[in-house]
Design a protein around this ligand. Sequence first.
Ligand code: ME8
Length: 517
Amino acid sequence: MSFYVTTPIYYPNGEPHLGHVYTTLCADVIAIYHRLAGEQTMFLTGTDEHGIKMVKSSADEGIEPRTLADKNAAVFETVWKDLGITNDDFIRTSSDRHKAGATAFVQKLIDKGDIYLGGYEGWYDEGQEEFVTETTAKDNEYKSTISGKPLVRYSEPTYFFRLSNYVPKVLAAIENGQFRVEPESRRNEVVSKLKQGVEDLSISRSSLKWGIPLPHDPEHVLYVWIDALSNYVTALGYPDGDKLKKFWPADVHLIGKEILWFHAVYWPAMLMAAELPLPKVIFAHGWWTSDGRKMGKSLGNFIDLPRIRDVIQKYSLDALRFYMLRAVPFGNDLDWKDAELANAYSELGNVVGNLLNRTLNMTAKYRDGIVPAVATPVDDASLAPALNGMELAIAGAYESLELQRAALLPIELARAANTYIDQTRPFTLAKDPAKAGELDTVLNRCIQAIYKSLVALLPICPQRAAAGLKQLNVETDGKTLGQLLSSELPAGHKLGTAEVLFPRIEPTTTVATQGAV
Ligand code: ME8
């Protein structure tokens, strides 16, 4: 089985910020899960380097677009490495391999007869690199709906793609489930907009030089969105190659909601024209605000890279990942709140860290650190459903991209086990030799619970979950997540020693211990 997940390729006109980090971390969680599930996984990210936005940003800095792209693409690559992102490839649209693939892609559309010469006269949103209809422009007072900056009037010869021919097919493909557009509310918006009718799409610019020349008319460069969307196949070696065979169609294109139209309409139409299969899922997640307001450099609430680095230093990368996923049902808009981040970290410590600590300490104290066999039956109604259902629940959460659920399932299991400890009172059982069989059972169930909780946490908090499993003396290498979750730690297995997994962070950032029995 293979699995292919992508992020948008980002404009390298600055450093990555919270929004870029969010999409990339979410895609990383998905990729890690599928690798652990035993699938051959391809996780792609990269940079979108052509177009007017890059030209203008580089002019502002007094440098060439290529210089700006080289500088910031390197920053993106380094940041992903620093953040432990497990992308398998990084595609730059200014690279020769992409240019060759994109040119072959357009040639295919030309050969199909789907490209014709015309003229574009209308509005353009240069920040979004998007053509805007007269009605939309007027409704928004000729300003960008995203940046609020004035729209620019364009009038130039341009090649068009016969998008209107494909619109009924794209609509049918969405409606009959040939590909999924999620979440449902956003899918419905796309469907109703498609039903209003869509015009042909301008796919070239004759007044711009920074781009990929059209193969049959090099005076024109390819419209940056056509150039960019094709990255998902050029990175696989389009027009041919083993990777394309193995990984296309993509399983998930993960994107932000503001670029759903490009991905749910233009991209499938282009793929149909190029006679390639459609991606399986296009998932548009929500947008981050900060303290209830749109993030802005001048507002002082911008979560930029230095701020993200501070957060990681204070709380850890795993805590950032957990916070971002547990914040809202995946797909909803999000609001950054420092207090919620601190709470998310405490939750990891108080629930998972605490269970690990209690379980290891009790087993060390009462059973020399050796997993006892289940003996006398003990009522475990508060724990059994979460424990026994974990394998299926995790698979279901990732299959349906319910990432908040995927993040909370391990916590809920650990919470249930903590409740079970409070109810069964192993420290009292230990005082009565006649209750040894019950104590064995309780310890065994707690050990299985923390083991499965940590395994399920591996995609979300890879470092801390692995560190916790090490304390349990568990070797995960070579085993799939399904194998790990469907098995139990055998009686006789020797556990390791307890160490605090999520040290308490005081407001002053002094580190203290937490989680003793
Ligand atoms: O649009 N909240 O690049 P881009 C959540 N090059 N996610 C956010 C966000 C926010 N406030 N801000 C940005 C482009 N993002 C094109 C894509 S793909 C073929 C071409 C994330 O640098 C989110 O994933 O503007 C959004 O879709 C992406 O960054 C936009 O990045």
